[in-house]
Design a binder for this molecule. Structure first.
Ligand code: SAM
Length: 283
């Protein structure tokens, strides 16, 4: 049985049937173009037999494109009307029984995913894209790789390298899990409704070995937040609150091989990790 994709007319018809008017609050911009959803799935190199998790399947455009490859999907949708309709849409489009599991929940709160997905593919709700990505990477270590569509500035920030203006706390936290790179752009015209921002695809691969344990990760992220909260200040000042004074901060930085006069935007995730390891965060 082959899976067929949703077209623009059907998407609007489905929304009308469900009485769904896309809301900004839930970042509801539905993709109405089959080429775009196929491009996202290709960028993620989804293979038959893999289990993919999709955050925010909406009316199902991207979901069906993932299922078309022969992969299975666990889809987490917060809008009950959309979550309830999705299995029927899948059946109507030739999706075999058992290939799709819908979780009717807020993705920010899920702690278990049926099927242990290894790939993340999503057109993310823009207002929660970074926190939801970090929540998934932290909570589901089985996730090996992924491609997501996000607001262009967010994608650039996730993939940014030290020294650039856009390098920030999300860049370092994302890099904790592995490398990220921009994998393509998307026209505004493929969405309904058309958003007032540009979108980009960004992909990641999780490092084979975890960089550190959960205690180290938390400590590192705390230091990262402090460094970027005052990103114009030298680290010995920006981290003085975390280490109980600028002298103690300088000492910790030097022990980690980082110049106390450096700024947060100069450091790699490895630098932050070393700082976290040489000096425990004050309780
Ligand atoms: N994947 C669909 C597509 O490409 O057409 C819809 C993408 S739309 C940008 C984002 C979707 O995420 C919407 O269906 C919205 O209801 C859902 N959503 C928003 N916040 C969510 C959350 N916290 N947890 C799960 N789904 C959420």
């Amino acid at each position: 049985m082959t899976v067929s994709l949703l077209g623009a007319t059907e998407i609007r018809r489905l929304a009308a049937e469900l009485d769904v008017t896309p809301t900004k609050k839930l970042g509801q911009n539905f993709v109405v173009d089959a080429n775009t959803v196929r491009k996202i799935v290709q960028a993620a190199s989804v293979r038959p037999g893999e289990r993919v998790v999709e955050i925010g399947p909406g009316l199902g455009s991207l979901t069906l494109a993932i299922l078309e490859t022969g992969a299975a999907v666990t889809a987490v949708e917060i809008d009950h009307r959309l979550a309830a309709r999705l299995p029927q849409t899948a059946a109507e489009h030739g999706v075999p029984d058992g290939a799709l599991t819908v979780v009717d929940a807020d993705a920010m709160r899920v702690t278990e995913l049926p099927g242990e997905p290894t790939v993340l593919v999503a057109n993310l709700p823009y207002n929660v894209s970074v926190p939801v990505l970090l929540h998934f990477l932290e909570t589901f270590p089985a996730l090996e790789r992924g491609v997501v569509m996000v607001q262009a500035e967010v994608a650039e920030r996730l993939a940014a390298k030290p020294g650039s203006k856009i390098y920030g706390a999300p860049s370092v936290k994302a890099a904790w899990y592995g490398p990220w790179r921009l994998t393509g752009n998307v026209s505004r015209q493929v969405f309904w409704p058309v958003p007032n921002v540009d979108s980009l695809l960004v992909g990641f691969h999780r490092d084979a070995d975890p960089r550190g344990d959960e205690i180290e990760r938390r400590r590192t992220f705390e230091i990262v937040d402090a460094a970027f909260n005052q990103r114009r200040k030298m680290l010995r000042q920006a981290l003085s609150g975390v280490f109980g004074g600028s002298a103690a901060a300088s000492e910790a930085l030097e022990a980690a091989g980082v110049a106390p006069t450096a700024r947060g935007e100069d450091l790699t995730v490895d630098d932050y990790h070393r700082i976290a390891r040489v000096a425990p965060v004050a309780a």
